[in-house]
Design a protein around this ligand. Structure first.
Ligand code: ARG
Length: 459
C-alpha cells in the first residue's frame, strides 16, 4: 500500500528519505497500543454515525485478528510502511478493503502517536515500579538480619562514626522508595488522552474524547489539542525518574564494588551473580554492580537527548518528535534488564559481619562520643571538640586507639576528662545510644525497617 499521504505527490520518496523517515524499525512495539486505541476510535465513529453497527463489528474483529497476527509475528511492518500506524492501516485494508480506510476519519498520526506512547509508558512504568519494589524488598530482607551489625560509617570515604549495616542498606532503600513515589505521582500527569486532538486542532466530526479516554484507562482527554499532540513532558519526566533510579543503582553498585573488594571484604557475592576472567583463574568480578554503575550513563544521556530535542520546538507536531521513542524504550529496556539482576545480587550476597564490626572503631570513629560525653558534663561543644581532638592526637602519636588511652593520661589531656569516659568508647554502646527516629541505633533501624515494609506492602 502507498503512503498515508500519497495524494498530492507525483513521484515516490527517495530511498534515502525513506530510510531516514521511517520509524517502523523502532516503533513496532507500539502496535498493541495502537490497536487498542483504534478499537476505542472505531466505537466512537460508530456512535458518531460514521460507522454502521455491522461495519463496527467487522472493524473490531479485523483489528482483533490483526492483533493476533502481530502477536504471533505473521504480520509485520516494512520500511515502505514508514511507521506502525501506516503498517496497521495496511493490515486493516488488506482484511477489510475500503472499509479499512474509514478508521482514519477524525484521527491523525499526531494524536495517535502521542496516545500510543502514553499508553506504552504508563504500562511499562507499572512494571518498572514492580521491579523497584522487589529491590527495596531485597534490601529490607538483608537489613533485617543486620539491624545491629556495626560498620564504619563514612564521609569522604573516611571513617566517620559507626553505623549499622542495616541502616546503610535502608539508606539505599529510601532513595528507591522516593522513586516509587515519583512514578506514582508521574502517572497522575501522564493519565490524559490525546486522542481526539487530531492533527492539532481537534476535529469537525462529532468525536467523543471523554469516552475514548475512559476506554483507554486515562483520567480525562487533554485540555488543549495543540498541547496534546506536541507535549512530551510525560516522556521527559519518566526519563528523569529512570535516570534517578539509575543514579540510585549506581551508588548502590559502587558500594557493593567497594564492599566486595579484597581491601574491604565486607561482602561475598554469590557465584550466580559474579563473573570470572578469561585469563586470571582466581578472579571473581562484580559485573552486576559495575553495570548498575555504568548504565546510569545512558539513562542520564537518554533524558538529556529528549530534553535537547524538545527545546525550542515550535508548536505543534514536528518530525523531531519522532526522536522521542528510542530514548524512552532504551531506558525502560535497560532498567528491566538491570533491576532483576541487582535484586538477585542483593538477595544472595553474604555479609562477612565480623570484618566491618572489627573496623568500625578504627580511625578514631568514636571521637565524637568523647565530645558528646563532655557535653553531657556541661562543657561547650566547641571545647569538647578540641579535647576529643587532643585525644586523637595523643593516640596518633603513640599508635594506639582511643580505648587504649592509659587511665593516667586522660587528666593530662584535659582536666575535664577521667577514665570513666571509656564507657562510651565502645561501638555497640555508641550505636545503642542513637535512639532518635531515623538514627542508626538498632531500635531506630528496626522501626525504620517496619516502615519501609509497610510502604512496599501498600504498593
Ligand atoms: N512516526 C511518527 C512519530 O513517531 C508518527 C507521527 C507522524 N506524523 C506526521 N505528521 N508525520 O512521530
Amino acid at each position: 500500500m502507498a503512503k498515508l499521504w500519497g495524494g498530492r505527490f507525483t513521484g515516490g520518496p527517495a530511498a534515502a528519505l525513506e530510510a531516514l523517515n521511517a520509524s517502523i524499525g523502532f516503533d513496532w512495539r507500539l502496535a498493541p497500543y495502537d490497536l487498542k486505541a483504534s478499537k476505542a476510535h472505531a466505537r466512537v465513529l460508530n456512535r458518531a454515525g460514521l460507522l454502521t453497527a455491522d461495519e463496527l463489528t467487522q472493524m473490531l474483529s479485523a483489528l482483533d485478528s490483526l492483533g493476533e497476527d502481530v502477536a504471533n509475528g505473521t504480520f509485520t511492518g516494512t520500511i515502505a510502511d514508514e511507521d506502525v500506524h501506516t503498517a496497521l492501516e495496511r493490515g486493516l485494508v488488506e482484511r477489510l478493503g475500503d472499509l479499512g480506510g474509514k478508521l482514519r476519519a477524525g484521527r491523525s498520526r499526531n494524536d495517535q502517536i502521542a496516545t500510543d506512547l502514553r499508553l506504552y509508558c504508563r504500562d511499562h512504568a507499572r512494571g518498572l515500579a514492580a521491579d523497584v519494589t522487589a529491590l527495596v524488598d531485597a534490601l529490607a530482607g538483608q537489613a533485617a538480619a543486620l539491624v545491629d551489625a556495626p560498620a564504619p560509617g563514612m564521609t569522604h570515604l573516611q571513617h566517620a562514626q559507626p553505623v549499622t549495616l542495616g541502616h546503610q542498606l535502608l539508606a539505599h532503600a529510601q532513595g528507591l522508595l522516593r522513586d516509587l513515589d515519583r512514578l506514582r505521582d508521574w502517572d497522575k500527569r501522564a493519565a490524559v488522552s490525546p486522542l481526539g486532538a487530531g492533527a492539532l486542532s481537534g476535529s469537525s466530526l462529532p468525536l467523543d474524547p471523554v469516552a475514548v479516554a475512559e476506554e483507554l484507562g486515562f483520567d480525562a482527554p487533554v485540555a488543549n489539542s495543540m498541547d496534546g499532540v506536541s507535549d512530551r513532558d510525560f516522556a521527559a519526566e519518566l526519563l528523569f525518574v529512570c535516570s534517578m533510579i539509575g543514579v540510585h543503582l549506581s551508588r548502590l553498585g559502587e558500594e557493593v564494588i567497594l564492599w566486595s573488594s579484597q581491601e574491604f571484604g565486607w561482602v561475598t557475592l554469590d557465584d550466580a551473580f559474579s563473573t570470572g576472567s578469561s585469563i586470571m583463574p582466581q578472579k571473581k568480578n562484580p559485573d552486576v554492580a559495575e553495570l548498575a554503575r555504568g548504565k546510569s550513563g545512558r539513562l542520564v544521556g537518554n533524558l538529556t537527548a529528549l530534553l535537547v530535542t524538545l527545546k525550542g520546538l515550535p508548536f505543534t507536531y514536528n518530525k523531531d518528535l519522532q526522536e522521542d521513542k528510542e530514548p524512552v524504550f532504551d531506558s525502560l529496556d535497560n532498567l528491566a534488564l538491570l533491576l532483576p539482576a541487582v535484586t538477585g545480587m542483593v538477595e544472595t550476597m553474604t555479609f562477612n559481619v565480623e570484618v566491618p564490626r572489627a573496623s568500625a572503631p578504627k580511625g578514631f570513629s568514636l571521637a565524637t562520643e568523647i565530645a558528646d560525653w563532655l557535653v553531657r558534663k556541661g562543657i561547650p561543644f566547641r571545647s569538647a571538640h578540641e579535647i576529643a581532638g587532643a585525644c586523637v592526637a595523643h593516640c596518633e602519636a603513640r599508635g594506639i586507639e582511643l580505648h587504649e588511652i592509659a587511665d593516667e593520661d586522660f587528666a593530662s589531656i584535659s582536666a575535664h576528662l577521667d577514665p570513666s569516659v571509656k564507657a562510651v568508647l565502645d561501638v555497640d554502646g555508641a550505636l545503642a545510644g542513637r535512639t532518635t527516629p531515623g538514627s542508626t541505633g538498632p531500635k531506630a533501624v528496626a522501626d525504620q525497617l517496619a516502615q519501609v515494609r509497610d510502604q512496599i506492602a501498600s504498593w
